[in-house]
Each structure stands twice: as structure tokens, then as C-alpha cells.
Design a protein around this ligand. Structure first.
Ligand SMILES: Nc1nc2c(ncn2[C@@H]2O[C@H](COP(=O)(O)OP(=O)(O)O)[C@@H](O)[C@H]2O)c(=O)[nH]1
Ligand SMILES: [Mg+2]
Length: 340
């Protein structure tokens, strides 16, 4: 193995520790209550304490990045840096853009290079509206994504956050395709203490969404969160089904406040392809990246925003109801670079 290959391998390993680091810093921050305040964000996760377990991994990444840049900053360094970024799922185009920008700025010291990279990463995520819009009476949040990415779990987590923030959400189980889907949602609803509107198995998802709005009007609930099926393998049906749900909701509730796409943070470029397919169906207002607790690829958040232009609004950090936090881009970047 040449020295260069060894470098690349070493730093790729560092990337495996990257997401762990991100979790730690973002959780620490949220526990300190530094996230912006808004109705849907007021309640931060009482996340289980994984900080100590992962703390060393995080600073390890920062150290390795430092020594990579400190090794002389020649062509090999830039190549190695690009590999590290690509391995983090940041996307080939953005990785090469970032490295080009840092390189052409001709940093004279490792610290300068690091600062340039840090600034560019912060800028990549800056200026996006990450607030969750709860306009509407009731507000309507539609949650879409392929099977298994974590939609139902995310809805439960969102409902819990909203409730704790004083809102009165109800859920609509518009995934009528999978037999057990509405039972799963109902179990979560029970646990969280919110009402769920269920339809018939195999019934019309749009009519369940409609029922959700009607029920909200009856009970005075201020937010309806709509769970949907994610049969991406049949894109035509999916489009028709989602299109109908949205039309019905717009007619009944006046608007859809949020169209949130849930993406499995470990799915890499695959997830981005899914996102594009859903984006074709209807305009997405935000992305929830789930399973970031098991992800070694913190770069995915950049790829989502760079390639799709849709802001990441939440990240999922586990299977529990408290394991959802508002996405804080600055904390995220700092964690990525081991700056916290
Ligand atoms: N580790 C981890 N697991 C998650 C997360 N979100 C969801 N899951 C798990 O992913 C699986 C699929 O979730 P589900 O909500 O049923 O996905 P859906 O098919 O999109 O509704 C379940 O086992 C969840 O517990 C997360 O943030 N972290
Ligand atoms: Mg589901």
C-alpha cells in the first residue's frame, strides 16, 4: 500500500466516525437549548446520552483532518480531502467544487485551509428557511417517503414535539396500502397521547386525509399530520395517489403547510434519487434525515440541499419518540470538522 493509499484509507475511516461526531455535538447543543425557538421547535429532545461514547471519535476526525492538511498541502492532499468528502456522501460534484475552491484560494497554512473549508461548508447550508410552517386552520403536514425510511416513526416524534410545545396535533393514517400501517401509527398515537383518524384497509388515502381535516375541525385540533404510503416502485400510482391527497387537502384545509420528505440518512445517493422522484410529484418544503444515529455519512445533509435545493429541517437519531431534533446547520458543520 502506497503512502497515499494509506492516507486515503485512514481518512475514509475517519469519515466513518464523522456522523457519530455530528450526533454528539448536535445533541449537546440541543440539550443546552440553543436551537431557535418556534412553536414546533420549542421542545428539544431529551436524547439518551451517547456523548461520552462518541466524543473521542468526533475529535478524532478533527485531528485527522488537521494532520491531512498539515502534511504539506500538495496535489495528493487535495485528492485525499476530496476522497474524504465523497466518502461522507457529500456528493461528487460538491466535493470537487469545495476542494477546488479551497485549493485555488492557495491557503498557506493547514489552519487556513481548514478555515476555508469550514467557511464553505457553513455557507453551503446557510440562509435556508428551516422553520416548520404551521399556517392554516388546521395546519396540514404531509409526510412522504419510500417504505421503511421512518415516516411513521417521524410522525410520532413530530406529534410529541408539537404536543409538548402546546399544539394539538392529530394524525391521519393515509397509508391504507400496508395492512399494519395504520395499526403502527395508532400504537404511536396512543403512546404520544394524540388522536388518529383511520380509514379502511385498502381504502382511499385521500378520503382518510379529508377525514383528518374534518376531525380536526370538530375537535379544534390545530394540526393534522398525514402519514402516506411510499410505493415508489409504482411511480405512476404514487403520483396519482399523492396528487389526489394534496388536492383534497388544499380544497378542504385551504393549503398544505408542509410537505416533508423523509429520507434514510444511510441510503446515500439512492436516497437522493428517491427524493427527486417525490419532488416530481409535488413541491417539497423540507427533508427529515432519519437514522443518522446509525449513519457514518454526515455529508448527506449537504448533498440533499445542494442537489435538491430543499432544506433539511429535522434529523432522526434513534427509534424513540424523543429522538428527533431540529437541524442546526452550524452545529452540524462544526461537529463535522471537530470544531466543538
Ligand atoms: N436507528 C433509527 N431507526 C429509525 C429512525 N427512524 C425510524 N427508524 C426505524 O426504521 C424502521 C422503519 O420505520 P417506519 O417509521 O415504520 O418507516 P415508514 O415505513 O417510512 O413508515 C423502524 O424500525 C423504525 O424504528 C432513526 O432515526 N434511527
Ligand atoms: Mg409507515
Amino acid at each position: 500500500m502506497s503512502f497515499d493509499t494509506a492516507l486515503v484509507v485512514a481518512f475514509s475511516l475517519a469519515v466513518l466516525l464523522l456522523a457519530a461526531g455530528v450526533l454528539v455535538a448536535v445533541r449537546r447543543r440541543s440539550q443546552r437549548g440553543e436551537l431557535p425557538e418556534a412553536p414546533s421547535r420549542a421542545v428539544e429532545a431529551g436524547a439518551p446520552d451517547v456523548a461520552d461514547r462518541l466524543g473521542r471519535a468526533r475529535s478524532g476526525f478533527g485531528d485527522r483532518l488537521r494532520s491531512l492538511l498539515g502534511a504539506g498541502m500538495d496535489e495528493d492532499t487535495w485528492e485525499a480531502l476530496e476522497e474524504v468528502l465523497i466518502a461522507s456522501d457529500i456528493g461528487v460534484r460538491l466535493a470537487s467544487e469545495l476542494v477546488d475552491e479551497v485549493r485555488t484560494a492557495k491557503p498557506e497554512t493547514a489552519e487556513e485551509a481548514r478555515t476555508l473549508l469550514s467557511r464553505r461548508l457553513h455557507e453551503t447550508l446557510a440562509g435556508k428557511d428551516r422553520e416548520v410552517s404551521l399556517d392554516g386552520d388546521p395546519a396540514v403536514v404531509v409526510v412522504v417517503g419510500v417504505n421503511g425510511v421512518g415516516k411513521t416513526t417521524t410522525i410520532a416524534k413530530l406529534a410529541a414535539r408539537l404536543r409538548e410545545a402546546g399544539a394539538t396535533p392529530i394524525l391521519a393514517a393515509a397509508d391504507t396500502f400496508r395492512a399494519a400501517a395504520d395499526t403502527q401509527l395508532a400504537t404511536w398515537a396512543d403512546r404520544v397521547g394524540v388522536e388518529v383518524v383511520r380509514g379502511e384497509s385498502g381504502g382511499d388515502p385521500a378520503s382518510v386525509a379529508f377525514e383528518g381535516v374534518s376531525r380536526a375541525r370538530e375537535t379544534g385540533a390545530d394540526t393534522v399530520i398525514v402519514d402516506t404510503a411510499g410505493r415508489l416502485q409504482n411511480k405512476k400510482n404514487l403520483m396519482a395517489e399523492l396528487g389526489k391527497i394534496v388536492r383534497v387537502l388544499e380544497r378542504e384545509a385551504g393549503n398544505v403547510s408542509e410537505m416533508l420528505l423523509v429520507l434514510d440518512g444511510t441510503a446515500g445517493q439512492n436516497g437522493l434519487a428517491q427524493a427527486e422522484a417525490f419532488g416530481d410529484v409535488s413541491e417539497l418544503s423540507g427533508v427529515v434525515l432519519t437514522k443518522m444515529d446509525g449513519s457514518a455519512r454526515g455529508g448527506v445533509a449537504f448533498a440533499v440541499e445542494h442537489q435538491l435545493g430543499v432544506p433539511v429541517k429535522f434529523i432522526g437519531l434513534g427509534e424513540g419518540v424523543d429522538d428527533l431534533i431540529a437541524f442546526d446547520p452550524d452545529a452540524y458543520v462544526d461537529a463535522l470538522l471537530g470544531e466543538r
